[in-house]
Design a protein around this ligand. Structure first.
Ligand SMILES: *C/C=C(C)/C=C/C=C(C)/C=C/C1=C(C)CCCC1(C)C
Length: 259
């Protein structure tokens, strides 16, 4: 009964600690190969996410009023993505499989945060009801939970896809024709309106990559894991870093104008 002795306990604790450190423990088996372009894209974007996080956090301190909240939330998006990219690179380099679970956990945290940014940038400049916040949050959750259930085999793939598309459609409706879109068009200053418009374009065009990936990679299987992951990775640069970059630019312009 060695696990009852002090030595046994120490050994079990050490084992537990090691299993909690998959990154360092697996380092030897997950070296990047010089021709593994998907792995290299995971690595490069990990670093870009880290750098973006530091930048947005430092800049948040310099911004005026409620813009600070928008930028802090933006830094959380790139921070959460950075950590997931470390792990996704590891999964890819050691197994060559798509890190689907990590992708979805990342989306589940970063997408709602990005959606509420629409609420925060409006709240920084005008009065906006909390209904906007909740509708954007709920639309994102429906979209992602349905997508995950489909990909994980917890629900039939096609119906899950359709429910996910409805969630996305609901978000798009809110930011184009719903209260969020109206408040932006009617009460936001020109700078915020323009940022809102560009972010909305990213959510429409940039985000279309993900359901397209579900369709081509999973439903109809015509795209392989290499292509799918490279496309997702490049898309994330636009859909996360550039998305928050647009908020930074609006905050920067508003803060400089008020000085
Ligand atoms: C940073 C990560 C982002 C912006 C991820 C966005 C993900 C989506 C827009 C996913 C959308 C999906 C549907 C619209 C239908 C169901 C399948 C999903 C979850 C891939």
């Amino acid at each position: 009964m060695s696990f009852l002795t002090a030595r046994g306990v120490k050994a079990s604790l050490a084992t537990a600690a090691l299993t909690l450190l998959p990154v360092s423990a697996n380092a030897a088996t997950t070296m990047l190969q010089s021709n593994d372009y998907v792995g290299i894209s995971f690595w490069t974007i990990s670093m870009a996410m880290v750098a973006a996080t530091v930048f947005f956090l430092m800049e948040a301190g310099r911004m005026g009023g409620k813009w600070r909240t928008s930028l802090t939330v933006g830094a959380l998006v790139t921070l959460v993505a950075a950590v997931h990219y470390f792990y996704m690179r590891d999964v890819w380099a050691s197994t060559g499989a798509s890190p689907t679970v990590y992708r979805y956990v990342d989306w589940l945290i970063t997408v709602p945060l990005q959606m509420v940014e629409f609420y925060f940038i409006l709240a920084a400049v005008t009065v906006v009801s909390s209904g906007v916040f909740w509708r954007l949050m709920i639309g994102s959750l429906v979209m992602l939970v349905a997508g995950y259930m489909g990909e994980a085999g917890l629900a039939p793939a096609w119906p899950a896809f359709i429910v996910g598309m409805l969630g996305w459609g609901y978000i798009l409706y809110e930011i184009f024709a719903g209260e969020a879109g109206r408040v932006s068009a009617e009460s936001a200053p020109a700078g915020v309106q323009s940022a809102f418009g560009t972010m909305r374009l990213i959510v429409t065009v940039g985000w279309a990559i993900y359901p397209l990936g579900y369709f081509l990679g999973y439903l109809n299987g015509s795209v392989d894991a290499v292509t799918l992951n490279v496309i997702y990775n490049v898309a994330d640069v636009v859909n996360k870093i550039a998305f928050v970059g647009i908020i930074w630019a609006a905050a920067n312009a508003a803060t400089s104008a008020s000085k």
